[in-house]
Design a protein around this ligand. Structure first.
Ligand code: NAD
Length: 336
């Protein structure tokens, strides 16, 4: 297959591209290489991908409709993994417009491009943040996601709604994947596990929000990629049972689906920090702070629906995953 990955210079994009190429596919990767975090890290990820046969990179902003259409015209891709987005809950409080462009306009452009080019399957990144302050544990896809508590979460929920409309209007098969706090080598410097590691290595204090009283379903990158790839490979056949509220029950429908991808094993923030301290070999200096606007107290994925559809289950423990991340961090930043 020839597959388009958007956000290919990003954390999950790089790992997904590597896996798809290892599986024998051709990958066209696009990214706008924005400076939300260290651009050199994005360039280094791309440099790794550039060494692989079957990888092509084009710098494109998904919010640029003409450029995106030209890209689809030039490369006969049949399936799409759409990961390009403005990520980050806290950044969305201070920079709301970045989210409108990348996550709403960009997502609409992607849907239109998929419609015009008869794409066989669009797999896109949603987020555990759509569950907002959901208290019913674990979070399952049938729970209400009508209460986003950050603009970032609202744009991800909007993506699911837009995909639903396009899937039904134009028979485009779409699958949204709600990622639960992804971590691992080549990860994102704006995320807590990364900044905690950096601060502990450098002997600086770490900021622990809500006095550490938080539960996160941290999910290792390889387990996320397993789910993304298995989803993409599924034949996107119609499934009459998938939405009983369809207005045209007699008509053949392409599937609209949404799945969690998580670890189904939430960890207290304090235990997570202890795993980083053990891997780094140094203790953290902790600065306790209140809960931040937009944050949620707990996330906990029910992963049974994705397991049933693809056979994929999370495999990596926090201890193993953090050890691998810290080993990568030390090698990449030459920590002695
Ligand atoms: P990332 O920031 O590393 O990757 C996103 C990439 O998209 C970046 O390289 C960025 O330059 C690119 N990009 C952003 N806006 C763009 C635009 N307008 N046009 C083209 N490229 C653009 O983030 P990630 O962690 O790899 O996340 C990938 C996807 O998964 C995102 O949609 C994110 O919202 C979602 N997600 C991630 C997590 C997580 O824990 N990492 C959790 C839930 C959802």
């Amino acid at each position: 297959m020839k597959i388009l990955i958007t956000g290919a210079a990003g954390f999950i994009g790089m790992h997904t591209a590597q896996r798809l190429i290892a599986d024998g596919h051709q990958v066209v990767g696009i990214d706008n290489l924005n400076d939300y975090y260290d651009v050199q890290l994005k360039r280094d990820r791309l440099a790794r991908l550039a060494e692989l046969p079957g990888f092509t990179f084009v710098q494109v902003d998904v919010a640029d409709r003409d450029a995106l259409m030209a890209l689809f015209d030039a490369h006969a891709v049949t399936r799409v993994v759409h990961l390009a987005a403005q990520a980050g809950v806290r950044y969305s409080i201070t920079n709301p417009h970045a989210y409108g462009e990348a996550n709403l306009v960009g997502f609409l452009n992607m849907l239109e491009a998929c419609r015009q080019h008869r794409i066989e399957h669009l797999v896109y990144a949603s987020s555990s943040s759509v569950y907002g302050g959901n208290r019913k544990m674990p979070f399952s896809e049938g729970d209400s996601v009508d209460h986003p508590v950050s603009l970032y979460a609202a744009t991800k929920k909007a993506n699911e709604l837009m995909a639903h409309a396009y899937s039904h209007l134009y028979a485009i098969p779409t699958t949204g994947l709600r990622f639960f706090t992804v971590y691992g080598p080549w990860g994102r410097p704006d995320m807590a596990y990364f900044s905690f590691t950096k601060a502990i290595v450098e002997g600086r204090p770490i900021q622990v929000f809500n006095n550490g009283d938080m539960l996160r379903d941290f999910t290792y990158i390889d387990d996320i990629v397993d789910g993304v790839v298995a989803t993409l490979y599924r034949p996107a056949t119609a499934d009459a049972a998938f939405d009983p509220l369809l207005p045209h029950p007699g008509r053949a429908q392409k599937p609209f689906r949404v799945f969690n991808i998580g670890n189904q094993d939430p960890v207290a923030l304090g235990d997570f920090i202890a795993a980083i301290e053990a891997a780094v070999g140094k203790s953290a200096i902790k600065e306790m702070l209140p809960m931040q606007p937009g944050d949620v107290q707990a996330t906990y994925a029910d992963v049974s629906a994705l397991a049933e559809w693809t056979g994929v289950q999370p495999k990596t423990s926090i201890r193993t995953g953090i050890d691998r991340f810290v080993a990568w961090y030390k090698a990449y930043y030459r920590v002695t």
